[in-house]
Design a protein around this ligand. Structure first.
Ligand SMILES: [Zn+2]
Length: 229
């Protein structure tokens, strides 16, 4: 049975005429890249010059858009680091959230290439890892036991845990939140939009901005970004 929150929330969405497009596919490849790259790599007798030019043009446009999005995100990361440094509570605070694939999170861990014979663990537990890179503040890694479903409820709980730890560390709650996610399970869903909307309507933050890049181009360099924090 849905919770009272979800019931009320859905009725508000209906009244306000809010809808959103679902497009999952976190690390799956990008169709635009795949199709147009294939055309460009065809032998010249397998495609026309016109098809070649069209594919090249589409790729150029596509990459320009991705670079612009990445530039926007990079700017948010830099602004966030600066704002934390000078303790500007009204400034933007940017974070990036990503779950580790379950096949990599068994504890104790032995790589598949070595997990044979005496090297194999007789029992392993697939713990759920969430990594939250908080630009300027550090990294928060919530862990969850294997029977927890890692859907919207888990995502929002991790964001909440991160926000509580962050506010304890900074002594305030940054007022302009900006969160970057990939297109993993329910990262972008009605429940998670409702969660961030509720932070705003409860006057905990002034605004909340959620972004996700195209599937196949989700994090760019952001995955390795925690080493710079
Ligand atoms: Zn692409």
């Amino acid at each position: 049975m849905p919770s009272l929150f979800i019931d009320v929330y859905k009725s508000v969405l209906q009244t306000e005429g809010v809808s959103m497009r679902r497009n999952k596919g976190v690390s799956s490849e990008c169709d635009t890249c795949r199709v147009n790259n294939a055309v460009v790599e065809f032998d010249s007798d397998e495609r026309t010059d016109e098809e070649f030019r069209t594919a090249q043009y589409a790729l150029t446009q596509h990459r320009a858009v991705i670079e612009r999005f990445r530039g926007d995100e990079r700017a948010l990361q830099m602004a966030s680091k600066r704002n934390v440094q000078i303790k500007k509570r009204d400034g933007v605070f940017h974070w990036m959230k990503d779950k580790a694939a379950n096949k990599n999170t068994s504890v104790p861990f032995t790589p598949l290439t070595h997990a044979k014979g005496k090297d194999a663990n007789s029992v392993t537990i697939p713990l759920h890892f969430m990594m939250m890179a908080m630009y300027g503040a550090g990294v928060c890694i919530p862990l969850a036991l294997p029977w927890i479903k890692t859907k919207a409820n888990y995502n929002c709980t991790c964001s909440w845990v991160g926000l509580v730890l962050l506010s304890k560390r900074l002594g305030y709650i940054p007022q302009e939140l900006s969160e970057h996610v990939d297109r993993g399970d329910e990262n972008i869903s009605l429940v998670s939009m409702g969660f961030f909307g509720t932070l705003v309507s409860s006057d905990l933050v002034r605004s909340s901005y959620i972004s996700a890049h195209f599937s196949g181009h989700c994090h760019g360099g952001a995955d390795g970004e925690n080493q710079h924090l």
